[in-house]
Ligand binder design. Structure first.
Ligand SMILES: [Zn+2]
Length: 346
């Protein structure tokens, strides 16, 4: 009897052991299978995204993301700065009702069907505005258009459009040594625009590591621009703005450095929004610029000149068309212009 009981107890223990082992194996195998299934799903979704991206933008998502990487980081800083600097402006922007936005996107879908090339006929975007422009008011304003991060494949187009409207702008450029880019530096100078320093590498981690690194980067670009064009730039724009919080150097140290070199730095008070992660349509970029100009007496408009900013180019001519129609004064930045600065030396 006692032996029988022992045997059946052993059997029961063995059964429990087997159940436990099976459970453990199941616990190991199941997540593995789920992982594999998810992996395959994600890959197929990625492929679908790429197909859609290539259809719409001509590049895969990863290519676009790599290109945008720096700009997105830039945009985050920009957005942050703006929320501090321009609380009144942002309030106004935020007070757009959702129906306004809906209306814009409806207009956009109508407009984007045209798929017009960059320099084709001028589109009139005034129908996306949900406010009225006053002629006298617009006439009294000063506008400084600025393009950061060029030269790019679109610099030539931008210069052509500016020339067509006989408008001078400002280019805060980065360092590039290929022949095309050098010819763009030269065109900017020759055609009467202001060539400003942005940064040679535009890599925050390097330029803002120490004042020594900052000086190295600054001088490298300054030298390149002087050697290429014979013109020594005297205005500067901080990558990320002077109010950026990525710099390891105290901003006052950099300002001191710039002062010693007689360099004036300019931030901005209007953004077209082309540095945000999501791609805005030409109509949305237009809307942001005109709205910003409408609420400021003097506007320094931040836009970007990079290979991914085709929509910025597409928005430029409608912007210039509206501003010329309303006789708004458009000028290049210069060291005599009262700067807009997020952070000042004092
Ligand atoms: Zn930049």
């Amino acid at each position: 009897m006692k032996l029988e009981a022992t045997v059946s107890r052993r059997k029961r223990i063995n059964r429990i052991k087997i159940i436990i082992i099976v459970l453990i194996i199941a616990c190991l195998i199941l997540p593995t299978i789920i992982s594999i299934v998810l992996f395959i799903k994600v890959n197929s979704l990625q492929d679908q995204i790429d197909v859609l991206m290539i259809e719409k933008y001509g590049v895969t998502y990863n290519e676009l993301r790599n290109k945008n990487h720096e700009e997105v980081a830039h945009a985050a800083v920009v957005a942050e700065d703006l929320s501090v600097e321009q609380s009144s402006d942002t309030d106004e922007l935020e007070s757009e009702t959702s129906s306004d936005k809906q209306q814009i996107s409806e207009n956009n879908s109508l407009q984007t069907n045209n798929e017009n090339k960059v320099t084709n006929e001028i589109s009139d975007f005034t129908n996306v505005l949900d406010f009225k422009l006053d002629k006298e008011n617009m006439k009294s304003k000063k506008v400084y258009l600025s393009f950061d991060d060029g030269p790019s494949q679109y610099t030539g187009d931008i210069l052509d459009i500016l020339a067509k409207y006989n408008v001078k702008a400002t280019f805060f450029v980065i360092g590039k040594t290929d022949e095309y880019s050098k010819s763009m530096y030269q065109r900017i100078v020759n055609e009467g625009h202001t060539l400003g320093i942005h940064s040679y590498s535009h890599v925050y981690q390097t330029i803002y590591k120490s004042l020594e690194d900052f000086d190295k980067d600054f001088t490298k670009l300054s030298d390149l621009l002087y050697d290429t064009t014979g013109y020594l730039p005297h205005i500067y724009r901080f990558p990320g703005g002077s109010g950026n919080d990525v710099s390891k150097i105290k901003t006052s140290k950099i300002i001191e450095y710039l002062n010693k070199k007689n360099i004036i730095y300019f931030d901005w008070n209007v953004v077209n929004g082309d540095a945000t992660g999501n791609l805005l349509t030409p109509e949305e970029l237009y809307y942001n610029v005109i709205k910003g100009i409408n609420i400021n007496n003097t506007s320094i408009v931040l836009m970007h000149d990079t290979d991914t900013k085709e929509n910025t180019v597409k928005s430029l001519e409608p912007i210039l068309k509206t501003l010329t129609e309303f006789q708004t004064e458009i000028l290049p930045l210069d060291k005599d212009v009262t700067p807009i600065q997020q952070v000042t030396a004092e």
